[in-house]
Design a protein around this ligand. Structure first.
Ligand code: ATP
Length: 554
């Protein structure tokens, strides 16, 4: 007999918290929440490994808030009682947002601040001096404040390490160790992770005391009924050809994240898509953190359909398997400009309602694959992941395949059956678009984007703080190289569409569709004017009048 799920209201949670959970529309806890919350409320240290998108944030945030509410009933003095360590600024913002939602009805009793890095250290000092109940931050930022004595943690009651598997690989090992020296002897800790790596084991030994280890059964990714995973071998030009076809013919629908493996690649793909009339945003570590968070938030609100994210952190991952020592190894790109080491989009960020993840470049490790693909099919949503694999990427692909073999022997990663010969007709256009995207144009686009984003981020920051509505008008998916876009490339001529797809898909852009409707309306009007029963004008006069209207200046 199936065990009944323990409901939120049966966990002894404060009514204000239950009300906030109801507002979020969560009918029942996810598996990890059902298991972890009661243990955490009992005061146990918890190490939880659960798949991506399974609701780990609330699994620690709910007991954390409950703990503070309870603690405040006895200890009146205001102090920082909990710290949540996150590996990236994006995640810091997200955890903060989740805590704010959960403390909606008890915001006076539980104050949460995010110091993960948007504001200057000096600007954060007064905020910390007020001793908020919960501080969310990256280890480096927390340590800076501890050293400057802006933050005192001698009364810390709870420590959370979110995305624990990433902290060391993001280079925070020393910061974490130093930070631990500032903590009291006794506190409750939670370690949350999508994978149980060696790093998590060492963190466990450093931070947890007699922990309960919740290693939820099953794959690190959702089951095949929720997440469909495909891969297709294709070399460089075919990658562009395929992405052109999939997006232009709308063979993939809904919000889509396209992952590439370097910043230059993200601009290359953006400029290519720009050529063919598909607007997209790029996300990378060079963009100011304000812009990054704004892009994610607008994407979640449905402003954009496509984000091209560069997943750069493998560069610092010491254990990432080599691609192919002799043949396939690509040189690691040199670090140009100012990259943010606290950037990470494939890790932990809750992109909402993402229908598809496309690995335009295949990730460099199994963990990286899991984190990227985990951006879709989150909570109870469906999703599709499609990976393009060139021959140099094949060895990692094989490793990923191996790791996705289920107990029944079936692999969750299936071949994507796509008849490439059917789309040969698009190859010429695709080459044309690729030719326009030169090294120089990529370099220029990269520079232009950073300049534009810095302007948006810094100069307009204060204005938008006062006028938050106008912030919605600020878009990040504009053309970066409008001068070279050839208008005809934006449309897909019907004769090029593979026969099997004719009638199934609609390749017209909105503008083209509108034009066609207008044209047909006009021709109806013309028919009417040509109809002697409805018009007094002769057909010749009618045409003349129409022509004059279309060219008013002549
Ligand atoms: N009980 C619930 N019912 C429905 N949706 C939920 C529930 N709990 C969390 N969610 C939603 O599930 C999504 C994923 O949650 P969260 O970001 O906490 O996942 P995660 O396990 O931390 O993922 P990752 O490992 O990728 O960081 C969020 O959009 C969140 O609002």
């Amino acid at each position: 007999m199936e065990e009944e799920t323990l409901q939120f209201h049966e966990m002894g949670i404060d009514d204000r918290l239950l009300k906030a959970i109801a507002d979020l529309g969560w009918a029942e806890p996810t598996l990890i929440q059902e298991k972890a919350i009661p243990l955490a409320l009992e005061g146990k240290d918890v190490l939880a490994r659960a798949r991506t998108g399974s609701g780990k944030t609330a699994a620690y945030a709910v007991p954390l808030i409950q703990h503070i509410l309870k603690s405040k009933q006895t200890v009146r003095e205001q102090d920082v009682r909990a710290v949540v360590l996150v590996p990236t600024k994006e995640l810091g913002q997200q955890v903060h947002a989740m805590c704010v939602q959960l403390t909606r009805y008890c915001a006076r009793d539980v104050r949460v601040v995010d110091i993960s890095g948007k504001a200057d250290v000096s600007a954060q000092r007064p905020i910390l001096m007020e001793k908020p109940d919960v501080v969310v931050g990256t280890p480096s930022r927390v340590l800076i404040h501890l050293n400057a004595q802006n933050l005192l943690l001698q009364n810390l009651e709870v420590l959370v390490v979110d995305e624990a598997d990433l902290l060391f690989s993001f280079g925070f090992e020393a910061d974490v160790k130093n930070l631990l020296c500032h903590l009291p002897k006794i506190y409750q800790s939670f370690l949350m992770s999508a994978t149980l790596s060696v790093d998590v084991q060492s963190l466990k030994e450093m931070i947890l005391h007699n922990p309960v280890i919740l290693k939820l059964e099953g794959s690190q990714l959702p089951a095949a009924c929720q997440l469909q995973q495909y891969s297709i071998p294709c070399e460089e030009e075919d990658k562009f050809l395929l992405v052109y076809t999939l997006l232009k013919l709308q063979l993939v629908r809904g919000k889509t994240l396209l992952f590439v493996d370097s910043i230059d690649r993200s601009y290359r793909l953006k400029l290519f898509l720009e050529q063919v009339g598909v607007p997209s945003c790029v996300l990378n570590s060079e963009l100011p953190v304000h812009s990054r968070c704004h892009i994610i938030s607008q994407f979640n609100q449905g402003f954009y359909n496509y984000i091209i994210a560069s997943d750069e952190h493998r560069l610092t991952l010491p254990k990432a398997p080599a691609v192919d020592a002799k043949k396939g190894a690509k040189k690691q790109p040199k670090t140009k400009g100012t990259k943010d080491k606290e950037y990470g989009v494939s890790r932990g960020v809750d992109f909402q309602n993402v229908s598809n993840v496309i690995n335009f470049d295949f990730p460099k490790s199994v963990d990286s694959y899991v984190h990227r693909v985990g951006r879709t099919a989150r909570a109870k949503n469906q999703g599709t992941a499609l990976s393009f694999i060139s021959h140099t990427e094949m060895p990692v692909h094989d490793e990923v395949k191996k790791s996705l073999i289920q107990e029944n022997g079936e692999c969750m990663l299936n071949p994507y059956e796509f008849k490439m010969d059917q789309i040969e007709g698009f190859r010429y256009r695709c080459r044309d678009a690729m030719r326009s995207v030169t090294k120089q144009s990529v370099k220029e686009a990269r520079l232009r984007e950073i300049k534009q984003e810095l302007l948006k981020s810094e100069k307009l920051k204060t204005y938008f703080e006062d006028n938050p509505r106008d912030l919605q008008l600020l878009r990040h998916d504009g053309d970066l190289h409008p001068a070279v876009v050839k208008p005809h490339m934006r449309n897909v001529p019907e004769y090029l569409i593979p026969e099997v797809l004719r009638g199934v898909i609609d390749p017209m852009t909105k503008v083209r569709r509108r034009r066609r409707i207008l044209a047909s309306a006009r021709s109806k009007n013309n028919n009417r004017s040509n109809n002697p029963l409805k018009s007094f004008r002769s057909s010749g006069q009618g045409r003349k009048a129409h022509k004059a209207k279309a060219t008013p200046s002549t």
